[in-house]
Design a protein around this ligand. Structure first.
Ligand code: 5RP
Length: 230
């Protein structure tokens, strides 16, 4: 099975957890987009749900496919969020933000009673950190914030390149108007300590470590679907 087929299988398995009347957080990325396509079929067949998208990109796909949308202002408490991830460890700690939507993704996940992660098996790791950690920062004071991130990481025994994300030769700007620094620290043995250290830096808006948010992961591999709980 190719990578896209695996993403579709994970999305299809997660759809079994969606019930009529649910208020859904809808993730961002190629796997989440497969979920939106399948959800749209259910909606067309009569299932009533309302979705809060985690990015403008997801919102636009939902509109195109007539998936009903709401906002966290109108619908501040959600039943379930379904989203992809860049890395998943056995405790269901995640790295997210490869698609640059980590801030809204984290706000939406935190507003949800449950979060289900959908992914293909390549996203499973023993220890987080193979994927560079996305850190969303305020453009003001970028150079100082980058130095502070490096120093905070060093205190935890972590080091590596911290690179300003670019797309097509331009600085990538998030839906919230912020920049992203991708930090290649390698293995992160204590994600909680790194999360706390990053949150203590004023220029850091949010980071891509999702700790204690996911309640289930639905993983598609060549040997079928498996679920992981924390
Ligand atoms: C976007 C994300 C995505 O969920 C993550 O990057 C996984 O994307 P994909 O399903 O395309 O592999 O965190 O900010």
């Amino acid at each position: 099975m190719d990578a896209r087929a695996l993403k579709i299988e994970a999305a299809r398995a997660a759809l079994d957890h969606v019930e009529h009347g649910m208020r859904l957080g809808i993730g961002t990325g190629s796997t989440a987009e497969e979920f939106v396509r399948l959800l749209a079929e259910k909606v067309a067949a009569g299932m009533e749900i309302v979705g809060v998208p985690t990015s403008e990109r997801t919102a636009s796909l939902c509109r195109e496919l007539s998936v009903p949308l709401s906002t966290l202002e109108e619908t501040p408490e959600l039943d379930l969020t379904i989203d992809g991830a860049d890395e998943i460890d056995p405790a269901l700690s995640l790295i997210k933000g490869g698609g640059g939507a980590l801030l809204r993704e984290k706000i939406v996940a935190a507003a949800s009673a449950k979060m289900i992660v959908i992914a293909d098996a390549t996203k499973l790791v023993d220890t987080l950190g193979r994927f560079p950690l996305p850190i969303e920062v305020n453009p003001f004071g970028l150079a100082s914030t980058r130095i502070a991130i490096g120093a905070a990481a060093e205190k935890l025994g972590l080091s590596g390149a911290i690179v300003l994300r670019e797309r097509e030769g331009k600085t990538f700007v998030t839906d919230g108007g912020h920049f992203i620094l991708d930090a290649s620290f390698g293995r992160i043995p204590d994600p909680r300590a790194l999360s706390d250290a990053l949150h203590a830096i004023p220029g850091v808006v949010e980071h891509g470590l999702f700790l204690g948010l996911a309640s289930l992961a639905v993983i598609a591999g060549s040997d079928g679907i498996r679920t992981v709980v924390p």
